[in-house]
Design a protein around this ligand. Structure first.
Ligand code: ATP
Length: 249
């Protein structure tokens, strides 16, 4: 159980594309050290929600608070420096740069990092994702999808986040790589300490490593509670409801 105050909270968030709401009146919170699974079918609004936390989508209404402070209008780069780091869907790495350069660049971009800390952060990533050690001098664009996902998550970790937003990290990966990523997610608490994670996935896989879960359907939260309380019928209803839950509200 996590009784501490939320590190990140979303309050009555609505985001529209034109006249259609992509998410409507979403309120969620995540506490330090807690993992919140955000489950929902294709088009439910997961990506929009995570992008709006990073201020990459214009909010029609609602607020985002980081450690109680309203950061709704803070620019993305400053949010990263404040400790919210986003790993978007689709593994954003700098393809021509080596694995090592990708990690160093991310550490430098996060600032608050003297050279020694950058070295330590990068070393930590190699410890967490040992398959990257032998690939350190290889251009990241030549790695497999799973290896690139490790680099993408590694880049987020070197920024020493207090909130980590992961958008469908299992998407398009071979099962063995999904297992590697999820092994890390299962162990991250001992490895990283108190980072709060919002983990968006289309399937229930995220529930295996989550403390709490929220289900999005048609841009609305239709369930929020402990992941063990989330039954298959609630998930199925969210997926079946997709057809009638148009994004237009
Ligand atoms: P997926 O699992 O496919 O990534 P998702 O749950 O992340 O889906 P979003 O990508 O957030 O869902 O999409 C939510 C809704 O907003 C969808 O109906 C989508 O078509 C719409 N949408 C997303 N991005 C835009 C955009 N740039 N312009 C217009 N509509 C958009």
């Amino acid at each position: 159980m996590h009784t501490s105050d939320p590190v990140l909270s979303l309050e009555n968030l609505t985001v529209a594309y034109g006249h259609a709401n992509a998410i409507t009146d979403v309120s969620l919170r995540v506490a330090p050290g807690e993992t919140l699974a955000l489950i929902g079918p294709n088009g439910a609004g997961k990506t929009t929600l995570l992008r709006s936390v990073m201020n990459q989508e214009r909010k029609s209404s609602g607020r985002i608070r980081l450690c109680g402070r309203d950061v709704s209008t803070v620019r993305t780069a400053r949010l990263v420096r404040a400790g919210i780091v986003h790993v978007p869907e689709g593994r954003h790495i700098v393809a021509p740069l080596t694995v090592q350069e990708n990690l160093q660049l991310a550490a430098a971009a996060a600032h608050r990092c003297p050279r020694r800390e950058i070295r330590e952060s990068v070393a930590m990533v190699y410890e967490l994702f040992s398959p990257l050690v032998r690939l350190r001098n290889k251009p990241a664009g030549l790695l497999s999808g799973g290896e690139q996902q490790m680099v993408a998550i590694g880049r987020a970790l070197v920024a020493r986040p207090i909130v980590l937003l992961l958008d469908e990290p299992s998407m398009g990966l071979a099962p063995v790589m999904v297992e590697t990523i999820y092994t890390f997610l299962a162990q991250q608490r001992e490895l990283l300490g108190g980072v709060a994670i919002i983990l968006a996935e289309q399937s229930r896989i995220a529930l295996d490593v989550a403390d709490r879960a929220a289900v999005l359907s048609g841009g609305r939260v239709v369930f929020e509670g402990s992941s063990s309380e989330l039954d298959d019928s609630t998930i199925a209803a969210a997926y079946l409801g997709k057809a009638q839950a148009s994004v237009a509200d």
